[in-house]
Write a protein that binds this ligand. Structure first.
Ligand code: SOE
Length: 416
């Protein structure tokens, strides 16, 4: 089967890479993974753990050792589909097992603190989905434990995967190279529409006790992390509004929790999170920001967008065109100035050289595969992987400030 695939791709020069990958997998030490949760995030993380060493030379080969979930039949089916060797019905067993080196947390936010701390204290590396936690207090505790663990060579990382979308990694490179000059504006939107149907069913993503917040934490957190990371500057203050458009929904959503159709005559339960959040921000470096996160932007499916304008240049990105980075160079001849549409699929672009020939494009799952690559390399080198829990704590503080601001109308000026 592998042979057939190698033959087919020979004209693109992937033969050597694949052969090397197979040889490396046999000779390198293993990094044995225990994953908690197996729905949307579990599926894409599994894909990344399975795939990374086949396209990148890794110093440790990930092994999909065990996956945990409470329902034995469901977790067994997921393990078979996603390629895991064994299952547990209690995540604590994963933490106890001495044949596991890293715990990958793909569960709702209300479980992150307990699992991550137990794993780090048991000497396991941790990859934790975002947002890091449901409250700043939980995130602080997690970051404290992660710092102590790092001193012993045990590392924790938070899954803000958009950092590993090649076009965004390239944008960060441009900012670091000084091409944008002094950063003045950040305009970040994360627009989805899977809740604009009032009959879309209630899931854990609409339950504050489980998810912490709604659009803000689930997708706005990505925008906040991306903005702070690209600009190299933290958000120092915010002014926010939050809105829940549909206050109750039919019960019975699935584990994935994204979309689907509910019955309008079904029993209903309350939505306890924001459907949409918007805020303005001031950055440490003097830039100002405008942010929007919504699941009600009808027509927008996964428009994770960011535009950054500096004194010398600008970048713009939209995940609905995820292989493209727009770049404006203020030093271009004025007559020929304009945003360039860079198709980020050249071998010189971040991560891309290990994939397909120029122009063939990467997708959502590749960010997760690159996350595994960077994490495995950092662990092997004994270096702190980024985003660290401290980086994620800085995002958590912004999430909390946005909620506090939205709840405080004292600076709101009503129009009479
Ligand atoms: C995971 O990184 C994630 O934020 C999901 O939790 C969102 O629901 C998805 O839409 C974007 O990716």
């Amino acid at each position: 089967m592998i042979g057939a695939k190698i033959g087919k791709t020979a004209s693109h020069g992937l033969v050597n890479l694949r052969n090397k990958g197979v040889a490396m997998a046999e000779n390198t030490p293993r990094l044995r993974i225990g994953m908690v949760g197996y729905a949307f995030m579990g599926a894409v993380h599994s894909h990344a753990w399975r795939t990374a060493h086949r396209f990148f030379d890794l110093p440790l080969t990930p092994e999909l050792t065990a996956v945990a979930g409470r329902n034995l039949a469901a977790v067994t089916a997921a393990a078979e589909r996603q390629g895991w060797k064994s299952v547990e019905t209690d995540w604590r067993r994963l933490v106890e097992r001495d044949d596991i080196d890293l715990i990958d947390i793909c569960t709702p936010g209300n479980t992150h603190r307990e699992i991550a701390i137990a794993a780090l204290q048991a000497g396991k590396h941790v990859l934790c989905e975002k947002p890091l936690a449901n409250t700043v207090e939980e995130a602080e505790e997690m970051a404290d434990v992660a710092r102590a663990a790092a001193a012993n060579g045990v590392f924790a990382m938070c899954g803000f995967t958009y950092r590993r979308t090649p076009a965004l990694t390239l944008a960060k490179r441009f900012v670091d190279e000084g091409r944008l000059g002094e950063i003045r504006h950040v305009r970040a939107q994360y627009l989805q529409d899977w809740l604009s149907d009032a009959d879309a069913p209630l899931t854990w993503r609409m339950d504050k006790a489980k998810a912490g917040s709604g659009a803000l934490g689930d997708i706005g957190a990505h925008s906040i992390d991306t903005a702070q990371w690209i600009t190299g500057s933290d958000i120092a203050g915010v002014s926010a509004i939050m809105k829940t458009f549909v206050g109750e929904r039919p019960v019975g959503g699935d584990l994935v929790g994204l979309g689907g159709k509910g019955a309008s005559d079904a029993e209903k339960g309350p939505v306890t999170v924001d459907d949409a959040t918007a805020f303005t921000a001031r950055f440490d470096n003097g830039a100002i920001g405008v942010f929007e996160a919504t699941r009600f932007a009808l027509g927008r499916k996964n428009a994770m967008r960011i535009e950054v304008n500096g004194s010398m240049g600008a970048i713009a990105f939209d995940f609905e065109e995820s292989n493209v980075l727009q770049y404006f160079d203020g030093s271009d001849d004025q007559a020929a100035q304009g945003f360039r549409r860079i198709i980020v699929t050249e071998p010189v672009h971040p991560y891309v050289g290990n994939w397909w020939p120029a122009g063939h494009g990467l997708g959502y799952e590749h960010g997760f595969t690159h996350q595994v690559v960077d994490l495995v390399n950092a662990i092997s080198a004994g270096e702190q992987p980024r985003p660290s829990f401290d980086d994620a704590l800085r995002v958590q503080r912004v999430l909390a400030a946005v909620e506090a601001s939205a709840g405080d109308r004292s600076t709101w000026h009503a129009i009479s």
